[in-house]
Design a protein around this ligand. Structure first.
Ligand SMILES: O=P(O)(O)OC[C@@H](O)[C@@H](O)c1c[nH]c2ccccc12
Length: 266
């Protein structure tokens, strides 16, 4: 069974929702990423969404764009990210890692080679923002043949008919993007999220993760009451950005703890 499914099943038995922090691999420096991943797990992360730095991250707002820039200064590309996952796996064989990235680096490596290397490194899920689900059936098949879950985004404007097509291709969970626009946006409408997630649940039994715009404890609690998982990206990356070498791990750990309490309060 996949680590993602095992994790969701486990949480369900405990009556808990999943907390999924996002950070960009290699930010602020590639030598710090594995340490940050373990610190997030030790302080309440159930799974981790790990971003592959990219020069033109069009789905990302300024905070996560800057994270990519910081990582690219150190030439952190897809191969290095996979090495980071492999290193993380030496001490954690339980926590799912979802790679989040853009199609370009995957294409450059080749879909099949990427799928093999991701599997070997210990990747559990892959979210490729700019592959339209309808056009990446082969890639989806390559991933699933290796037990890696393809994660797809559903947005407020995804029509039910298309939701159905997408969820039938997905495994692990589906990711509901609670806002139009880029990562790091504000003012999420809880009522709208609840309504849309309820609609998605009529079309699939997969767990529904919710992300975009969760930047404080109160929002995390509200979103955890609706979805099966809460994704927090820009707020995590902001904590990285505002830290120095001395307090980086402590600051990220403290934020993680606060979000864990908020999610468990749902
Ligand atoms: O930053 P936010 O608003 O907390 O949203 C999560 C998000 O950052 C993370 O899931 C993510 C980072 N880059 C993405 C690109 C597309 C979809 C999702 C993402």
């Amino acid at each position: 069974m996949s680590r993602i499914k095992t994790t969701f099943d486990h949480l369900k038995q405990q009556g808990k929702k999943a907390l999924i922090p996002y950070i960009t691999a290699g930010d602020p420096h590639p030598d710090q990423t594995v340490k940050l991943l373990h610190a997030m797990v030790a302080n309440g992360a159930d799974m981790i969404e790990l971003g592959v730095p990219f020069s033109d991250p069009m789905a990302d707002g300024p905070v996560i764009q800057r994270a990519s820039e910081r990582a690219l200064v150190h030439h952190v590309g897809l191969s290095r990210v996979l090495e980071i996952v492999r290193e993380f796996r030496q001490q954690d064989n339980v926590t799912p890692i979802i790679l989040m990235g853009y199609a370009n680096p995957v294409e450059a490596m080749g879909q099949e080679k990427f799928s093999d290397r991701a599997k070997a490194a210990g990747v559990d899920g892959v979210l490729t923002v700019d592959y339209p689900p309808e056009e990446c059936k082969e890639f989806t098949a390559l991933l699933q043949a290796r037990g890696i879950d393809p994660i797809f985004l559903l947005s407020p404007t995804t029509e039910p008919a298309r939701v159905e097509v997408i969820v039938n291709q997905a495994s692990g969970f589906v990711y509901y993007v609670s806002l139009k626009g880029v990562t790091g946006a504000k003012n999420l409408d809880i009522e709208e999220v609840a309504q849309k997630v309820a609609e998605i649940r009529t079309l699939t039994d997969l767990p529904v993760g919710v992300g975009f715009g969760v930047r404080d404890a109160a929002t995390a609690t509200a979103v955890a009451a609706i979805g099966d998982a809460v994704v927090v990206g820009s707020r995590m990356v902001q904590a990285v950005e505002q830290s120095n070498d001395q307090n980086l791990v402590d600051n990220v750990a403290a934020l993680m703890k606060e979000l864990r309490i908020a999610v468990d309060a749902a």
